[in-house]
Design a protein around this ligand. Structure first.
Ligand code: ATP
Ligand code: MG
Length: 411
């Protein structure tokens, strides 16, 4: 891997224009540059701009140390216990992240405990070329240099972008051992960008997929939520199923066809502008399994349904340390879907219709009914019932005559 002589695309050789870069990010880049530091746009934003997509956020890389960055910006504070990152605050709670270039530590510098390696790797300052090669994929290791508006490519990311191909930086076998979450990210980016995966990535996933179970659950949880936010949970988890990654990624999730179809419906819902909540995502993941475990018929009691919902939701929430509020909501959504799937006319129907989560459960159930089309008429029926119930609740009460105060009990 050559990290010394990058390919440089001058301003007229690429399509990135400063107009596409957020103005506060530009201010930070220019200020660093004016003070003699290297100031690059890094990571996903350069990739997305080159692909003509709108970046989600703009990250900055520099050779200024965190303390040097802090001295340049009044609105700056340093975060991170292990690796110091600078956050520069702008109006409207906007944060711009500035990170000092980092490098892989040499073997003898690594802490003895391998569990600490990932964090440690993030902690050693290095050159821009070293910073590029510690990243995951070549297309995520491109820099945009504010000094001359050029794009800097140390690892062949430009060619991979042109070829629509995802390549791991270095040997995937080594990089996946170093950080197993990269296996999931590989699928995520290939689906998101519609890129092909290099065959060495498939082979490395085949031999190292079990390591996903050793990754920090908090990081897997975050990447899974990223799938939902990017509206690709269906196709990514489908591919994970095909590569036998699911048991190591989401132990309780069976990834049946219908459940993956439901996830794609959820993705469409998110794409239509409805933000995805984690409780909704969890309920969607497990709805099919839950319905299989307690068929929504007269014979299945609410106690059984509650029990089954707990059996399914609690292990997931425990493993990922998910707060009880989210767990409770996910469970209520499953129970709500159970009630809806049983049909009309059961006990306490009216009370259920007034439950604050009933509309959301109906939303999930309605999406489920687009997969299981035999349920469509029932979903429609409930929709009317719930909207009528709302009308009833909001209908003004008849004004009562004020009660007369009475002093004598005989009155
Ligand atoms: P997104 O549009 O989802 O934000 P992104 O490429 O910016 O895409 P992030 O998760 O925000 O992805 O990470 C920012 C950058 O940090 C990546 O582009 C990549 O260079 C680097 N990176 C992130 N995760 C890893 C990892 N597990 N291993 C190595 N580098 C990583
Ligand atoms: Mg990003």
């Amino acid at each position: 891997m050559n990290t010394n002589t990058p390919t440089i695309l001058s301003r007229d050789q690429h399509c990135i224009s400063r107009k596409q870069i957020d103005s506060d990010t530009l201010k930070v880049l220019y200020r660093l540059n004016r003070h003699g530091y290297k100031a690059y746009l890094v990571g996903g934003s350069v990739r997305d701009l080159l692909l003509g997509r709108q970046p989600k956020d703009f990250d900055i890389g520099t050779d200024a140390t965190p303390n040097q960055i802090r001295k340049l910006f009044r609105n700056c504070f340093l975060v991170g216990r292990r690796f110091r990152l600078a956050h520069i605050r702008f109006s409207g709670n906007k944060l711009i992240e500035v990170a000092t270039f980092r490098r892989h530590p040499k073997d003898h510098e690594l802490p003895e405990n391998p569990d600490d390696h990932f964090h440690f790797v993030q902690n050693v300052f290095g050159s821009p070329g070293e910073d590029a090669s510690r990243r995951d994929f070549t297309i995520n290791a491109l820099f945009y240099n504010i000094a001359d508006y050029s794009v800097i490519d140390y690892l062949g990311g430009i060619e991979d972008l042109q070829e629509k191909r995802l390549s791991v930086i270095g040997d995937p076998l080594i990089r996946f051992v170093e950080d197993p979450v990269r296996m999931l990210r590989a699928i995520e980016f290939s689906v998101r960008l519609n890129f092909t995966l290099n065959t060495d990535i498939y082979n490395a996933i085949e031999s190292h997929k079990e390591l996903l179970a050793t990754a920090a659950p908090a990081r897997i949880r975050e990447e899974i939520m990223e799938l939902f936010r990017h509206q690709i949970s269906g196709p990514v988890l489908k591919q994970c199923r095909e590569l036998n990654m699911l048991p190591h990624l989401l132990a309780g999730y069976p990834g049946t066809d219908e459940s993956i179809e439901l996830l794609s419906k959820i993705d469409q819902r998110t794409a239509s502008g409805i933000p995805i909540e984690e409780s909704f995502a969890i309920a969607a993941l497990y709805l099919r399994l839950f319905m299989d475990s307690c068929p929504p018929t007269k014979e299945t009691s609410m106690t059984t349904a509650l029990h089954q919902a707990n059996e399914i939701i609690i292990p997931h929430c425990q493993y990922f340390s998910i707060a009880s509020g989210i767990r409770h909501q996910a469970r209520e959504l499953l129970i709500g879907c159970f009630r809806l799937a049983r049909g009309r006319g059961f006990r306490a129907e009216k009370r259920f219709l007034q439950h604050p989560l009933a509309p959301k459960a109906l939303e999930l159930f309605t999406l489920w009914a687009t997969v299981r089309t035999d349920l469509t008429p029932l979903a429609e029926n409930w929709k009317q019932a719930i909207s009528q119930n709302k009308v009833e609740k909001t209908r003004p009460r008849k004004s009562r005559k004020p009660r007369k105060r009475s002093n004598s009990p005989s009155n």
